[in-house]
Write a protein that binds this ligand. Structure first.
Ligand code: SAM
Length: 279
């Protein structure tokens, strides 16, 4: 049965759950550090490790303005602002995520640099050539119309702007369900990396690099397992706090699907050419 993206991700009291699970007690009204939230707010495989890797690739200057497509509860946006000092605007279709992203950003005193709008990335409420760079971390699996979203990224980027797009792609055979982004096949829009690359080229981007980081996901999961990390009721896995009680099973299915060859994790780096001023 197909479930709306907003209903798959959204739930009540996200901020309260995170603050209750945080390592240090939170005093209401007192600021908190962005770092304290990082275990909970990176809603993708390899969490903060992946954000660090991908952010280093984009390596934005402090005076740039980034677009975060499918910004979740704002973890990657706060990471970029915190580490690189740049501005970030996020867009996300899930209202509870946008509200949590805004609240957590205010609490971390990053609201002057980071803001969020609720909206569907197939039609973004931004003028053309607004952003210096854009990134989209693990959202494509929820996008039935990827070409429109990628074309919108192209439109709102300034000429010379980079796009960093990370997505789970399909290989051979069926994955195990439920998965982190969909509880069944009807809600999953995973396609091949070749098709995704076609969409990116067709939107007008030049391809700078394409990487398969499947092994990095599988290896990290193996190391965590070897270290004896078995979550119990008291030590819930970070993403479970935000994404629900069955998240441990969903993440396990993701790793099984990657290591079995049904899925892959693909990182695409593209650029809107400097001569693309008119588009
Ligand atoms: C797996 S989460 C990733 C969140 C964030 N990028 C991160 O890495 O922490 C996928 C996100 O994409 C958002 N999303 C899915 N479809 C969208 C759409 N059409 N427009 C905007 N956001 C969308 C969801 O609401 C969710 O926040």
């Amino acid at each position: 049965m197909s479930v709306r993206v907003q209903d798959h991700y959204g739930s009540a009291d996200i901020v309260e759950r995170i603050l209750a699970a945080a390592a240090q007690p939170v005093v209401e009204g007192a600021p908190i550090s962005a770092e304290m939230l990082f275990p909970f707010d990176q809603l993708h495989g390899r969490e903060l490790v992946a954000t660090k890797d991908h952010a280093a690739k984009l390596n934005p200057a402090a005076d740039t303005h980034l677009l975060d497509v499918g910004s979740g509860i704002g973890g990657p946006a706060r990471y970029f602002a915190n580490v690189f000092g740049c501005r970030v605007t996020g867009i996300d279709v899930t209202p509870e995520f946008v509200a949590a992203a805004t609240d957590l950003t205010r609490r971390t005193e990053l609201a002057e640099k980071v803001d969020f709008v609720e909206g569907n990335a197939v039609k973004m409420p931004f003028k053309s050539a607004t952003f210096d760079h854009a990134y989209c971390f693990y959202v494509g699996m929820n996008l039935p119309d990827k070409p429109s979203v990628i074309r919108e990224c192209f439109r709102v980027l300034k000429p010379g702007g980079n796009l960093l797009w990370t997505e789970v792609t399909s290989n051979s055979g069926d994955p195990y369900y439920p998965l982190p982004w969909a509880r069944d096949a009807a809600g999953s829009h995973v396609g091949t990396s070749e098709k995704l690359l076609d969409h990116i080229r067709e939107a007008g981007f030049e391809l700078l690099s394409v990487d398969d980081e499947t092994d990095a996901h599988v290896e990290l999961a193996r190391r965590i397992k070897a270290a004896g990390f078995v979550p119990t009721e008291d030590q819930r896995q970070a993403n479970e706090v935000v994404l629900g009680n069955d998240f441990v099973e969903r993440r396990m299915n993701y790793i099984r699907s990657l290591s079995g060859g049904a899925l892959a994790s693909t990182v695409i780096f593209g650029q809107k050419g400097k001569g693309e001023a008119g588009r």
